[in-house]
Design a protein around this ligand. Structure first.
Ligand code: MV4
Length: 523
């Protein structure tokens, strides 16, 4: 086993990896940017190396500085987490060339599955069904036109180097094709430095279901079942769960087998995810792409299977065989995860950086919070504003939702806006509770919400005097309570012992607020 592992990441995933290192008796080594000197991941490691300025291009993406820090620390291996350099084959190769072990697949497997067109060829060779479309880049607009005609509209144009929806275009008819082809090409060139575009037939309102696979260096490749990831916003997953509400053992076995065959064909080692689109009506599934990393949503698989995927990544990278066989994998109960972001759900999910001045993280039966911040931490503008992943497990999906609802209500983050209020609504939504999930869920959810909001709004002029007075009193009481809570929080964080003296002061403010509100409702 390794003695030291350098974690080439930040935030909750760096914390997650540091914890797995501790469980194994391995010393975790942190790297950090100027913005992260006081970050939780730095505090939880034994050593930490500064690698540059706050922008990730000058720190967390600097291959040279990360490898230099690893050499100086005497680490034997590097865990890349997700994002940043996790799927960068040049990084995996540089780690290998430095005589270190990259905790992940080989650079060759990463390259093979990183290109969407070559991944599609691998999947076809493995006998899997891919979304109908091309396995070679489109040569010209004319090529695109003829190909689209052959498969039939609607079609999707996608960047070969893309993934996660970047550089993707839905095209309904030939009228739209030329401009879509040109913008997709230039977007791909700008985003990935590679203008290659290919074409797929569009699957309408698909579910997004992915299979977790794992392979060791002893020829064992197995799967850990599916995750349902259909609830997405602008190609960012919002809620993930295991199993899928449409799961049945037969579908899981067939998708799992297809995923294992693809991973074998790619000579894959370590943890990986095979994404499929599933047609809701027929449950036909189509290979979409492979992610050659540990994924954000891995905890739901861990909660339901009981395995520690990061621990397994480390032991497999150290040359050990997988600690379990396919026959040992069983799925018990149901887990659901929410990605809690420092974003304003009332303002188009605009990032909401700032200082977290109060933090109460929920706990209790079968609740898991993978957090990356502490009270007092600054959510920076430089990085992804995800602050934690809150997951709940239950024997049934309904029980998991009950616990998630309670945990979301308990979760308190002061000082910044978060997506918690948005999740509190989703876990009370009938479609969500019924498991009616497809990739159009969020859009329909917002449409329903706007309709409801409209019918809830009443013109104040239509309300009689007595009700107006009641409303004014309720508003004043709410205002008083929230003002008082803020005062108490500030007093508590400042170690102020004079909280009770605040109280009498507040009472008169309450009366003032009540009079003011009543006055306003009359005028
Ligand atoms: C598709 C598709 C329909 N047909 N491909 C979006 C993210 C990227 N990984 C692939 N995506 C899609 N590819 C074909 N041929 C629909 C989507 C898609 C989607 C997929 C999963 C979750 C949410 C989505 C939202 C819009 C579109």
């Amino acid at each position: 086993m390794f003695r030291k592992i350098l974690i080439a990441n930040r935030g909750e995933i760096a914390v997650r990896v540091a914890r797995a290192c501790r469980d194994l008796g391995v010393a975790p080594v942190a790297v950090f940017s100027e913005a992260d000197a006081a970050a939780l991941h730095v505090r939880l490691c034994d050593e930490a190396y500064e690698i540059g300025a706050a922008p990730s291009i000058e720190s967390y993406l600097r291959i040279d500085r990360i490898i230099d820090a690893a050499m100086r620390s005497g680490a034997e291996a590097i865990h890349p987490g997700y994002g940043f350099l996790a799927e960068n084959a040049d990084f995996a190769r540089a780690v290998r060339d430095a005589g270190l072990i990259f905790i992940g697949p080989s650079p060759e497997a990463m390259e093979l599955m990183g290109s969407k067109t070559s991944a599609r060829r691998v999947a076809i060779e493995a006998g899997a069904t891919v979304v109908p479309g091309t396995t070679e880049p489109l040569k010209s607009y004319e090529d695109a036109r003829d190909t689209a005609q052959r498969f039939g509209y609607p079609v999707m144009l996608k960047a070969s180097a893309g993934g996660g929806g970047k550089g993707m275009r839905l095209v309904q008819s030939e009228d739209e094709l030329r401009s879509a082809f040109e913008t997709a090409q230039s977007e791909a060139a700008a985003a990935f430095g590679n203008a290659e575009i290919y074409l797929e037939k569009a699957i309408e309102r698909p579910r997004h279901i992915e299979i977790q696979i794992f392979a060791d260096t002893h020829g064992n490749t197995l799967h850990l079942g599916e995750r349902e990831c259909s609830i997405q916003r602008r190609h960012q997953k919002v809620i993930e769960e295991c199993p899928s509400p449409i799961n049945d053992p037969d579908l899981r076995a067939r998708m799992g087998e297809a995923a294992v065959k693809i991973a074998r064909r790619a000579n894959y080692t370590g943890a990986g995810t095979i994404e499929f689109l599933v047609a809701d009506a027929t449950r036909d599934f189509y290979f979409l792409e492979m992610n050659t990393r540990l994924q954000v949503e891995h905890p739901v698989t861990e909660l339901v299977t009981g395995f520690d995927l990061v621990r397994e990544q480390i032991t497999v990278a150290a040359g050990a065989p997988l600690s379990f066989a396919q026959a040992d994998v069983a799925w018990r109960g149901h887990a659901i995860e929410c990605r809690v972001y420092a974003e304003d759900p009332d303002n188009n999910f605009l990032p909401a950086p700032g200082k977290i001045n109060f933090l109460r993280v929920p706990a209790g039966a079968a609740i898991r919070d993978d957090g990356g911040v502490e009270e007092g931490a600054e959510v920076s503008i430089y990085y992804d504003p995800m602050i934690s992943k809150l997951a709940a497990w239950g024997r049934t999906r309904a029980e998991a939702i009950d616990r998630l609802r309670r945990a979301l209500d308990e979760y308190t983050v002061g000082g910044i806006k978060t997506t918690l209020p948005f999740f509190r609504e989703i876990v009370r939504d009938a479609d969500f509770i019924e498991g009616r999930l497809d990739t159009g869920f969020i859009e329909r959810f917002f449409a329903r919400r706007n309709e409801q909001h409209k019918s809830n709004v009443t013109d104040i002029a239509d309300v009689d005097e007595e009700r107006r007075r009641d409303m004014a009193i309720i508003a004043a009481a709410l205002d008083y309570t929230s003002a008082r809570q803020n005062t108490l929080t500030i007093a508590a964080t400042q170690g102020d012992a004079s909280v009770s003296s605040v109280q009498s002061h507040e009472e008169s403010r309450w009366r003032l607020a009540g009079r003011a509100a009543l006055h306003n409702s009359r005028s």
